[in-house]
Structure formats: structure tokens, C-alpha cells
Design a protein around this ligand. Structure first.
Ligand code: MG
Length: 236
């Protein structure tokens, strides 16, 4: 197919392409799927049917799976994806218990750990005052979300996370981790650089590690539910 374009135009700085160059490669086609669906190039980590792609402390991921979701089995521990993820886009949906119990950090607490290390907080943060760097969507202990976009307890919510992991050279941080997060479609972090590993009551710092790690979901003792978890690797 003949592509319309121009080659008698200036070369765009930093590229070999002219402005409107018809020879410039086309973007890869991705079918986005229906709302709530999965893009055609995504790796599905949890489809609502089984946790076969996940493991727990004693090997198996022992969280409950029913009605298209997985639910934390309190006391059984965190679960982690068998797949190691690196840079890319992660989508997940979660719901805190509709029956509100507890308060503050004790209400609908869970979390998603990028590369198994860096926690984006999951909490029932709907009309639940708590320290800002620990509310829903916080980069735990470092950066509160730009806004509180929480839905009411029991309602399904989404995170879309664009993750660029840190790069190390020996013990040195060559490039810190960077994350953009949308909560229920609303931007809550934009290209935020992380100060290091997310920690409780301590300052963050980096410990060098490789370019990939598992996606980890936290058992914090609350009956938080998950569904529709997928990952799209991207080279930034
Ligand atoms: Mg948590």
C-alpha cells in the first residue's frame, strides 16, 4: 500500500526520518479488546479462573478463587507471579471488602509489589483518613497519590501502571525506577522517580538487583479481591 508522506522535508532531530516520512515504520497493531478486556499483545497473569501462574510461600498460591476473582487467604502469605516482569504496563483490578472492618491501615490493606520490591499501596481509602504516603495508590512511604480516586468499599477498581525499573551499575544507581499510575482511569502518579525500596517506618534506599522480578500481591490480613491482571512488556 502506498503511504502518503513527504521526503523533501527536514530530518527530525535525533532520528533519521524526515517530517511526515512515509518510510518510517508503522506502529505495531494492538487490538485493545472490549472495555474490561485484554489487549492482544498482553500476557495474562490472572484470568479469574486459576492461580496456576502464581506461587506462594510453600509453593502453591493458596488464595481462594471463585466467581472470576481471587481473594486473599489471610495468613497464607503474599503470592507472586511465576513470570518475571520488567519494564512495561501492568493492569489489575481489585476490590476491598464491602463489609467495612477496621480503620486506617487495617482496612482493606493489600498491595502490588513491582518486581517484587516496590509497593503501590492497595487500601480501602474511601473516607478512611490515614497517613498520606500510605493511602490507596501511594508509593508506600514515599509519595502520596496526586488525588484520592477511591471507589466505595466492595466496588471494583483498577490500576494501570507504567513501570520502568531501576538500572544499577555495581552498587551505584545508574537510573532510579520511574512509575506512572492511573487509578480508576485517573492519573495519580506521573513519571514519578522512586527513592528506593518501599519500606514501613524507614527511609527508602536502593539495593541493586536484576532487571526483572515477579509481580507480588500482598496478604495483609484483609479479604481483598483481584481480577483481570495482565502485563505488556515495553522497551522504553
Ligand atoms: Mg499494603
Amino acid at each position: 500500500m502506498q503511504i502518503q508522506g513527504y521526503t523533501d522535508t527536514p530530518v527530525i532531530p535525533g532520528s533519521t526520518w524526515t517530517v511526515h516520512d512515509p518510510r518510517r515504520p508503522q506502529p505495531t497493531i494492538v487490538r485493545p479488546g472490549l472495555p474490561g478486556g485484554v489487549p492482544s499483545d498482553a500476557i495474562v497473569l490472572f484470568d479469574g479462573k486459576s492461580l496456576d501462574n502464581w506461587e506462594g510461600n510453600d509453593g502453591r498460591a493458596n488464595w481462594k478463587v471463585e466467581n472470576g476473582y481471587a481473594e486473599v487467604a489471610p495468613g497464607s502469605g503474599n503470592i507472586r507471579s511465576k513470570m518475571q516482569h520488567g519494564d512495561g504496563q501492568i493492569h489489575l483490578e481489585f476490590a476491598s471488602p464491602s463489609l467495612v472492618r477496621g480503620s486506617g491501615q487495617g482496612r482493606g490493606n493489600s498491595g502490588v509489589f513491582l518486581q517484587g520490591i516496590y509497593e503501590i499501596q492497595i487500601l480501602d481509602g474511601f473516607e478512611n483518613p490515614v497517613y498520606a504516603d500510605g493511602i490507596t495508590g501511594a508509593i508506600y512511604g514515599q509519595f502520596p497519590p496526586l488525588v484520592n480516586a477511591c471507589r466505595e468499599p466492595g466496588e471494583w477498581q483498577s490500576y494501570d501502571i507504567v513501570w520502568r525499573g531501576p538500572v544499577f551499575e555495581g552498587n551505584r544507581v545508574l537510573r532510579p525506577a520511574m512509575v506512572t499510575v492511573l487509578h480508576n482511569g485517573i492519573v495519580i502518579h506521573h513519571a514519578q522517580e522512586l527513592q528506593g525500596e518501599t519500606r514501613h517506618k524507614e527511609l527508602a534506599s536502593y539495593t541493586p538487583h536484576g532487571p526483572t522480578g515477579p509481580l507480588v500481591l500482598q496478604d495483609h490480613g484483609d479479604l481483598v479481591r483481584f481480577r483481570n491482571i495482565w502485563y505488556r512488556p515495553i522497551q522504553f
